[in-house]
Design a protein around this ligand. Structure first.
Ligand code: PEP
Ligand code: MG
Length: 754
């Protein structure tokens, strides 16, 4: 059964377009289940009905024409219930609807399952048979498994289809993602190629065989040249027998071997890349199926050769080019380094296929004020390249090849958005004080963008979170103590005399160092933050000393420890800080080394309950609401699939944040918050109502939050908070906060275009 399932999924994925994929699907399912009829319906949400997309057994003329309402017939019932229906006499079911145009009168047995992707019913699969019988449990499970396996493939195919239609009709297509940094970007797509992999190659046909053959031959020639150079370079350092492997590679590249097989595929109309993919994948599975371990191992060589040829094929097609002036950067999984590559001023929007709004790359886009959306599943990236686009990161939409009318409309909306931002900017030098006179310190989250933006220093009350890991990430090895000291000194000087809270290294999770391998099943629950620092005291002490030395003569440093979960970690960290202090004092007796305030991040749930003890040990704490939300709700903050569950407005999270404020007040521990929630106006007002008077946020949020709190009084916010804490869902909370903003004439903030 497993083999059949796999072979159906593989065959479907090899089809060039959605129509042929569905035809292949119904045929194979009908054969595998030995029934007389298999059909697939797709949901058309614009018309609230299902359309027959492919069938083996019903009237073929009805394909693409026959429609049945969402609430009609057995097909509608399967979708409504979102569960299978398995009946012997379909016609006797009260929901059966006779549809003469599909010719199904002859069938009695009916088994149907919904195709659901991310809670959305995409379609319905139906299997029918003349003989009246209930399908077996095995058959039902088979169809359910198939439907689940194919759901994402079909969702993917749906997107591909959108792109195909766009190509042929020159119409605008729209794709949905999750907004992670608001704004509008109008520009041209620049696709950052992922590490090449045959999986990411789409199967496409191309009728120009001569050109495709030329491309392939050229790529093979380039690969041969590469092997020649490689074997020459290595000839001095490796034995002759080992060099023989290059001869084997050259043979595999021969026209008789790879070339011959690729030629067959080219003749069948596949483009060069697709032909190569088909041949290499077939060869790999043939080698893998061998018993002999030596021959089996050759699959690796085949893959290596295939990828090298592919690399040359893609490179000739996708020659190195410059980032367009209005780059909309598209990548599979965006990283901070990718963002840094785009020349200043050219980046107008960002789209990442994987990841979510809470990943660090996403936080960086917010900090840079670049509109971004995340989580457009499984996109065939290359097909996007160079296309004109509009990124509506308010609504999480990406328009491909927009019409001039849409461009004009969005240009106007962009203008409106700029006007609003100018209103925030106009008040940036004003005091951040509420209508009833409460001062709220607004601090900056910095570090991810590497370069210290001196111009921001005067508009904030200091830095509430300086993430030091970005420096480590862009290096090829751990930076020296002196190097670190220079960086830290630059930052401390930029914000002097305001305080700078420097966080010690918080790598792990989604922040990896190329030169420090951490491979884990659950990186967010693994070796991260303070755990690494304590396991490597030599690295930790280096960083601490660099910070303490950088602070000499300035005195505006505070040190913060990330990911603290237990008392031992607090104690060991404090002991190492003391050690660093004493060693430095000894080394520089004539210098005044200061003991900075030491704080901890409250981001692991256990820390919330340890405040009675820890408040006696440390000088301050800061809530990391990003991780605290992640760990309270058990939702991986970087996983697009569960992004909708990551919600700091969850009443459970709000109640914990409120508890922290109460406890810190009780134990007289200064507290602040430095997660993304504080930079969201609605989050900020709830936090102020809880008693938070220090909020640290991205530069792009700072002016906005200041503008909002200057128009509200704490007493009103407190009433709102009481109501919010009594809610049971995040949706209810957000409804209340939204209404509150509207009632206080702050509706402009939620100006969401379209
Ligand atoms: C947090 O977890 O809220 C936080 C501020 O730290 P980071 O986002 O860097 O993990
Ligand atoms: Mg954190």
């Amino acid at each position: 059964m497993l083999a059949t399932l796999r072979s159906i999924a593989e065959s479907v994925s090899r089809q060039a377009n959605l129509d042929s994929a569905l035809v292949c699907f119904v045929q194979m399912v009908k054969d595998a289940m030995q029934t007389q009829c298999c059909s697939i319906y797709f949901a058309d949400y614009s018309q609230d009905n299902f359309v027959l997309m492919a069938t083996e057994g019903l009237n073929p003329d009805a394909v693409g024409k026959f429609r049945i309402g969402f609430t009609e017939g057995l097909v509608g019932l399967v979708a409504q219930r979102e569960e299978p229906i398995n009946i012997a006499f379909a016609k006797s079911h009260p929901r059966f609807k006779l549809s003469p145009e599909v010719n199904e009168e002859g069938y009695n047995a009916f088994l149907s399952v919904p195709v659901v992707h991310q809670k959305k019913v995409l379609g319905v699969i139906v299997v029918q048979q003349k003989m009246a019988r209930v399908f077996s449990q095995d058959e039902e499970s088979f169809l359910i498994t198939l439907s689940a396996q194919l759901a994402s493939q079909l969702a993917h195919a749906e997107i591909k289809e959108v792109l195909r239609q766009d190509e042929s009709s020159h119409q605008t297509s729209v794709l949905k993602g999750v907004s992670s940094a608001p704004g509008i970007g109008i520009g041209q797509a620049f696709v950052l190629l992922p590490k090449l992999d045959f999986k990411s190659i789409e199967l496409l046909k191309d009728s120009n065989i001569v050109e495709q053959r030329r491309l392939f031959t050229q790529a093979v020639a380039a690969t041969r040249k590469e092997f020649n150079t490689l074997s020459m370079t290595l000839s001095d350092s490796i034995p002759l027998e080992a060099l023989a492997v290059f001869d084997v590679y050259q043979q595999l590249l021969d026209a008789k071997s790879l070339g011959h097989n690729v030629e067959i595929q080219l003749q069948e109309g596949w483009c060069a890349k697709s032909a190569l993919k088909i041949v290499i994948e077939r060869l790999i599975s043939q080698f893998n199926a061998m018993q002999d371990p030596y021959i089996k191992e050759r699959a690796v060589d085949v893959k290596d050769i295939g990828l090298r040829v592919l690399h040359h094929l893609v490179n000739t097609e996708h020659a190195v080019k410059n980032y367009p002036p209005n780059t909309i950067l598209i990548a599979n999984t965006l990283t901070p380094a990718m963002l840094a590559e785009v020349p200043k001023g050219r980046l107008t929007g960002v789209v990442s296929v994987n990841g979510s709004a809470n990943s660090h790359a996403s936080i960086l886009t917010r900090a840079m004020g670049i509109p971004a959306i995340w989580g457009i599943e499984d996109l065939p990236l290359l097909q996007f390249d160079s296309k004109p686009m509009i990124l509506d990161a308010f609504a999480g939409r990406l328009y491909i090849s927009p019409s001039q009318m849409l461009i004009d409309e969005y240009t106007e909306l962009q203008h409106q958005d700029n006007l609003l931002n100018n209103r925030f900017l106009a008040e940036q030098d004003y005091e951040s004080i509420t209508l009833d006179g409460e001062h709220v310190s607004l601090l900056l989250n910095a570090g991810l963008e590497l370069n210290t933006d001196q111009s921001s220093a005067h508009i904030c009350d200091g830095v509430g979170l300086y993430r030091t890991e970005a420096w480590f990430m862009q290096k090829g090895q751990f930076p020296s103590q002196l190097e670190q000291e220079n960086w830290y000194r630059e930052v401390l000087t930029s914000y002097y005399p305001n305080p700078v809270v420097m966080r010690t290294l918080d790598i792990g999770g989604d922040k990896v160092l190329d030169y420090f391998n951490i491979t884990e099943e659950n990186p967010f629950l693994g070796w991260r933050g303070i755990r690494i620092s304590l396991d490597h005291p030599e690295l930790f002490l280096d960083q601490l000393k660099a910070m303490l030395k950088a602070n000499m003569g300035l005195g505006n440093l505070k040190i913060m420890l990330p990911m603290i979960s237990g008392t031992e970690e607090v104690d060991e960290s404090l002991a190492l800080i003391e050690q660093a202090y004493f060693e430095l004092s000894e080394k520089y007796p004539e210098q005044q080394i200061e003991r900075p305030d030491i704080g901890i991040m409250l981001e692991v749930p256990s820390s919330v309950f340890m405040l009675p003890e820890w408040s006696k040990k440390v000088d301050f704490c800061s809530v990391g609401s990003n991780d605290l939300t992640q760990y309270l709700l058990a939702v991986d903050r970087a996983n697009a699939r569960v992004a909708e569950l990551f919600n700091p407005y969850h009443p459970g999270v709000l109640r914990v944040l409120n508890k922290i404020a109460r406890e810190c007040e009780q134990y007289e521990l200064p507290f602040s918050l430095c997660g993304e929630l504080g930079g969201d106006p609605e989050g900020a007002i709830l936090l102020i109502a809880m008693g938070y008077r220090r909020l640290s946020m991205n530069l792009s949020s700072l002016n906005k939050v200041k503008w909002v709190l200057r128009r509200l009084s704490v007493s009103d916010m407190e009433q709102l908070l009481t109501d919010c804490l009594a809610q049971s869902t995040a949706k209810q909370v957000l409804r209340l906060t939204r209404n509150f903003m509207l009632e206080h004439d702050l509706g402009d903030l939620f100006y969401t275009p379209k």
